[in-house]
Ligand binder design. Structure first.
Ligand SMILES: Nc1ncnc2c1ncn2[C@@H]1O[C@H](COP(=O)(O)OP(=O)(O)O)[C@@H](O)[C@H]1O
Ligand SMILES: [Mg+2]
Length: 367
């Protein structure tokens, strides 16, 4: 079994050491449509990577190229420095789990899991031991003799995971494996998947359109849009410091306020109503700019951006407010700590730490 590398041990993209898995300018064209556009990514051994983006952005195509089911139009895939594209899919040593469980219906859970080992002609005694271990790993020991049709969606997906892991794959590829499960089960399975991956240390690439799933599971997230990489980084980095407006809006809700840059005695400032925010020199002449700040980074205060609460929604662990301000509509999220909260129709003021806000030119370009 592999030891899991710590987050700090993960090589940055500029690291000259070759990655465990390297995608280098990987591209796929269909006629005149570019599904994946020069994707470059280094994955460290033991790392959990998510490809995150909206439907049609090229996630599955990328995974299928790694798996060998889709031939790249350009670029290279290297595993431990060796060209992977030339290797037949069955010989790549990868474990794959798809959205549809695709279990053999006429085989029990144990037989489904054993199938890959039979293909590899693993001796019977070892096969039995490894199937038992794999089913135990996904918490299904009690259901070894059960047929898929008598299992829940979550149980079937565990069998699919056990079947992928039993061959001790060099990389585990997961394509939206939890998206057919209901919300509560999906959350449970996310935690379990993470725990299993940490325990066995298998390098894992997960495809998902669910930003919460990507953030909960991954060491790093690759945010994709229209075949291109928008940002690669740790979950907290892509969330707190989105490199592009697309990343900011795709990873959760963000407020976008309009501000006007004014020069004053204190230098350039972005002005929203009566609020003056420090403005970086490169935007000093920008005129109108956009200020983005996450809903949970806004607090109610005695002074700040004037806001009238138009709706207040109780969400259990937090309150959600929608308000009107001179700079645009505001969304505010407050932890439910038992404190009194402003009501609908009330006038309040909004503040945030300068570090929690980002300014962009109105065109939407740049960071
Ligand atoms: N076999 C194919 N032929 C033509 N276009 C395809 C094919 N497979 C995928 N595409 C297109 O490539 C783009 C990326 O698809 P896909 O990788 O499945 O996206 P995602 O998994 O992110 O939803 C989409 O526009 C899709 O329509
Ligand atoms: Mg897909």
């Amino acid at each position: 079994m592999l030891a899991r590398s710590s987050t700090s041990g993960i090589a940055p993209m500029t690291d000259p050491a070759p990655a465990f898995l390297a995608l280098d300018g990987l591209s796929k064209r269909y006629a005149d449509h570019v599904a994946v556009d020069a994707l470059t990514l280094g994955v460290a051994q033991g790392e959990f990577i998510s490809l995150l983006g909206p439907s049609g952005c090229g996630k599955t195509t990328t995974l299928q190229m790694i798996a060998g089911f889709t031939e790249p139009s350009g670029g290279a895939i290297r595993l431990e420095g060796r060209d992977l594209v030339a290797v037949k899919p069955a010989r790549r040593g990868l474990g794959i789990v798809f959205q549809s469980y695709a279990l053999f219906p006429h085989m029990t859970a144990a037989e489904n899991v054993a199938f890959g080992l039979e293909m590899q002609r693993v001796p019977k005694a070892e096969r039995a031991r490894r199937v038992t271990d794999a089913l135990a790993l996904v918490g299904l020991s009690a259901l070894a003799e059960r047929y898929p049709r008598r299992m829940s969606g979550g149980q079937q997906q565990r069998v699919a995971l056990a079947r992928a892991l039993v061959i001790q794959p060099r990389i585990l590829l997961l394509d939206e494996p939890l998206s057919n499960l209901d919300a509560k089960l999906r959350e449970e399975m996310q935690i379990e998947l993470r725990q299993i991956q940490r325990r066995i240390g298998t390098t894992t690439i997960l495809v998902t359109h669910d930003q919460h799933e990507a953030m909960a599971l991954s060491d790093r997230i690759v945010v994709m849009n229209a075949g291109k990489v928008e940002q690669i980084g740790r979950p907290q980095d892509v969330y707190e410091r989105p490199a592009t407006p697309f990343v900011a809006s795709f990873l959760g809700k963000t407020n976008v306020f309009e501000a006007l840059v004014e020069r004053g005695a204190d230098g350039a400032a972005a002005v929203l109503g009566t609020v003056r925010c420090p403005c970086p020199p490169h935007l000093a002449g920008a005129g109108h700019v956009l200020l983005t700040v996450r809903p949970e980074k806004i607090a109610f205060a005695d002074e700040g951006l004037a806001c009238r609460i138009v709706s207040r929604v109780f969400q259990g662990t937090y309150w959600l407010f929608i308000g009107e301000t001179p700079a645009g509509v505001a969304t505010i999220v407050c932890q439910n700590d038992g404190a009194a909260q402003p009501g609908e129709g009330e006038s309040v003021h909004l503040t945030w730490r300068a570090d929690d806000a980002a300014l962009r030119p109105l065109s939407g370009a740049g960071a």
